[in-house]
Design a protein around this ligand. Structure first.
Ligand SMILES: *[C@@H]1O[C@H](CO)[C@@H](O)[C@H](O)[C@H]1NC(C)=O
Ligand SMILES: *[C@@H]1O[C@H](CO)[C@@H](O)[C@H](O)[C@H]1NC(C)=O
Ligand SMILES: *[C@@H]1O[C@H](CO)[C@@H](O)[C@H](O)[C@H]1NC(C)=O
Ligand SMILES: *[C@@H]1O[C@H](CO)[C@@H](O)[C@H](O)[C@H]1NC(C)=O
Ligand SMILES: *[C@@H]1O[C@H](CO)[C@@H](O)[C@H](O)[C@H]1NC(C)=O
Ligand SMILES: *[C@@H]1O[C@H](CO)[C@@H](O)[C@H](O)[C@H]1NC(C)=O
Length: 382
């Protein structure tokens, strides 16, 4: 980041000098307002109420952040047909006319964070329809509810990255993202999500990174997103994390469940690639020692899943240490700030065997946890 802004300001200085050395006769009017760097125009923070219409028509990037563009009219950016990036952050933008982007078929990146898109979201939805190449869309901080979001993304099947951080989304049903079949990255951080329908991410077969941090999710059950590499569900109210019972290979590498209310170690996919497992600030403990109930019925917890009127009951024996799942690729495990009193004797057993076989320098679990009583685990780690 720092390097990037340095490059940019060096570029600006260079261009300023170049302009000054030119003759005075044909100075375009945008020159005093915006800065041109190669084919990118920087009009950030210039108190503009509309997009300038006299910029070079071959520009490819246009930055209009922190201005006062409340309305984007039809044809405003039409002559900039090569535009692939348009940024209009923090403009209090309310109104994007249906045809506003009709001349911008090459637009790939659209940054609309911190505006008021909720005011006229229907019209904005229409405007977005005309962007066949759109890959990255940022709608953070636009007061959007799940109904608005569902309409805005109805046909955006080219989208690869979507940010909905800081909006008013509470529920995710099966339709809201159903056409985003190319999506690889989705951020829903800092919303009010308390419920996620089982099929909500079903069509997102390419999804690799999902950020659900800072919501009100009470539990994650039947987790079955096999292609997901990073799941961040930190800062929720999660008490249970249960993977769907399956022999599928999960791509999961990073799971952040820190700052929740987990009562038990998460039920992980049997086959995964987990390298980083973040479980700090929860209420986890192991219970086999305390209850001595490994095989008794007292240890069974029944989960009742209700979905489309069908009720399924799944039983999980929570006191069994074998539910720990596959930790053989683990490199970092944070279990600090929990209620742990001991670690089960087989904990990280599978991992250790693999570590001895391969001499990979990374095959070492970094632990972060509070001092606990000496246990079979601690004595076996050398
Ligand atoms: C803007 O363009 C759209 C589609 O091209 C059209 O339906 C709409 O009537 C136009 N709006 C105005 C105010 O011209
Ligand atoms: C999405 O596409 C369908 C079918 O082409 C169309 O009926 C619908 O109006 C479109 N949605 C939006 C928001 O334009
Ligand atoms: C998860 O999101 C929180 C909140 O943005 C962030 O602090 C944390 O670093 C993220 N975790 C990972 C593993 O990136
Ligand atoms: C657990 O049960 C076994 C057999 O029922 C018994 O031998 C053992 O002492 C018990 N342990 C505790 C901690 O109660
Ligand atoms: C669910 O149950 C309600 C009432 O019991 C019924 O009206 C509805 O048709 C059921 N839906 C399905 C999908 O079976
Ligand atoms: C309920 O369980 C049956 C058998 O395990 C399974 O075929 C079915 O898909 C499950 N239904 C739901 C809604 O999970």
């Amino acid at each position: 980041m720092a390097l990037m802004s340095l490059c940019l300001s060096l570029g600006l200085i260079f261009l300023d000098l170049e302009w000054r050395s030119k003759s005075v006769d044909a100075i375009p009017s945008y020159q005093s307002i915006c800065k041109l760097v190669h084919k990118a125009v920087d009009c950030n923070g210039r108190k503009l109420s509309s997009v300038p219409n006299n910029l070079p028509t071959n520009i490819e990037e246009l930055f209009m952040d922190a201005n006062f563009v409340r309305t984007l009219r039809n044809g405003t950016t039409q002559q900039y047909a090569n535009l692939w990036r348009l940024s209009l952050q923090g403009n209090n933008l309310e109104f994007i006319e249906s045809g506003a982007f009709s001349g911008n078929k090459k637009l790939k990146v659209l940054s609309l964070q911190d505006n008021s898109i909720f005011v006229n979201y229907l019209m904005t939805a229409n405007a977005l329809q005309s962007l066949p190449a759109l890959k990255k869309l940022d709608l953070s901080g636009n007061y959007l509810t799940e109904e608005m979001a569902g309409i805005l993304f109805q046909n955006l099947s080219s989208l690869e990255s979507l940010s909905l951080t800081r909006n008013f989304i509470m529920r995710l049903d099966s339709t809201i993202f159903e056409n985003l079949v190319q999506l690889q990255e989705l951020s829903l951080e800092k919303n009010y999500i308390y419920e996620i329908e089982e099929e909500a991410f079903e069509n997102l077969r390419r999804l690799q990174r999902l950020n659900l941090a800072y919501n009100h999710i009470p539990c994650i059950v039947n987790f079955d997103l096999t292609k997901l590499e990073v799941l961040n569900a930190s800062y929720n109210n999660i008490e249970w994390f249960l993977t769907k019972d399956s022999n599928a290979n999960f791509e999961l590498e990073t799971l952040d469940l820190s700052h929740n209310q987990l009562l038990f170690f998460p039920l992980l996919p049997k086959h995964n690639k987990l390298r980083s497992l973040l479980l700090s600030d929860n209420e986890m403990n192991f219970y086999a020692n305390a209850l001595n109930a490994t095989t008794s019925k007292e240890g069974l917890v029944k989960f009742i899943f209700i979905s489309n009127n069908v009720t399924n009951v799944t039983s999980v024996n929570l006191w069994e240490d074998v539910i720990l799942g596959d930790l053989s690729s683990l490199e970092f495990l944070d279990m600090s700030k929990n209620l742990l009193q001991y670690l089960p004797s087989g904990f990280l057993h599978g991992r250790k065997e693999q570590a001895q076989g391969s001499h990979s320098p990374a095959a070492r679990v970094l632990f972060r946890m509070p001092a606990i009583q000496p246990s079979p685990f601690l004595s076996s780690t050398r």
